[in-house]
Design a protein around this ligand. Structure first.
Ligand SMILES: Cc1cc2nc3c(=O)[nH]c(=O)nc-3n(C[C@H](O)[C@H](O)[C@H](O)COP(=O)(O)O)c2cc1C
Length: 202
């Protein structure tokens, strides 16, 4: 079967995701370091797993985030707002110091303690999850999927959906961050109702 002329088949030797834009979330995953400090790192391969209280993200075992999560058995997730793009990026700065241990840019991200798990949440974000690591799916060509059960969740009052406010007004007044891999982002402040089919049920 031949493809429509307008399609270009991509080489699978290079990441497909770098040849075409896609919309991803961007979260800050927090973990406890072995020395008692905390780590934060941005992750865009991150999403709810099911409609219930599961959350997963992809991380390479080379990262401290993976190592900390496996050792401590917990992690946190903070959803930044668009105005936090710079500090979110700074959390990905390379480590430095004699043994490449330090990530001094984390000082730009004020935090407060999580309530149920041993970890921190990033100030100014609009949604927070506290997760217990339940399982990992390793060997995804050098990456792993870490799956956590959400054991606590917190939402900023200005981001909370309720009957008093239209959803489009909420998103307009408190825009969302979209990460456009590989290296762009968008601020979502306009939205439309999705045209669900009549009689649609989940
Ligand atoms: C916008 C952005 C998105 C990223 N998404 C991911 C991701 O989904 N998975 C991942 O393993 N690394 C991702 N990274 C890279 C890590 O955040 C980065 O390497 C970080 O410094 C790792 O820190 P750690 O060693 O403290 O865990 C991303 C980086 C940026 C800037």
């Amino acid at each position: 079967m031949s493809l429509p002329e307008s399609l270009i088949s991509l080489s699978l030797d290079e990441p497909v995701w770098e040849r075409c834009f896609g919309v991803f979330p961007l979260v800050l995953v927090g973990t406890r370091e072995a020395d008692g400090g905390h780590d934060l790192a941005p992750k865009h391969l991150a999403m709810p797993l099911s409609w219930r209280n599961w959350f997963g993200f992809v991380c390479t075992p080379r990262h401290r985030t993976y190592q900390n999560a496996l050792r401590s058995g917990v992690f946190t997730v903070s959803y930044p707002r668009p105005e936090q793009v710079l500090i979110t990026s700074l959390a990905a700065a390379p480590r430095c110091g004699e043994q490449q241990q330090d990530k001094p840019t984390l000082q730009a991200l004020p935090v407060f303690p999580a309530t149920v798990v041993d970890g921190v949440l990033v100030e100014g974000c609009y949604l927070y999850l506290e997760c217990r690591l339940e399982r990992t799916l390793d060997e995804l060509d050098g990456n792993s999927l870490l799956i956590g059960r959400v054991v606590a969740a917190h939402v900023h009052v200005d981001a909370l959906r309720d009957e008093e406010r239209e959803d489009n007004e909420l998103i307009h007044d408190h825009p969302l961050f979209a990460y456009l891999y590989p290296a762009r982002f968008a601020v979502i402040d306009r939205s439309q109702g999705f045209p669900l089919p009549a009689g649609f049920k989940r």
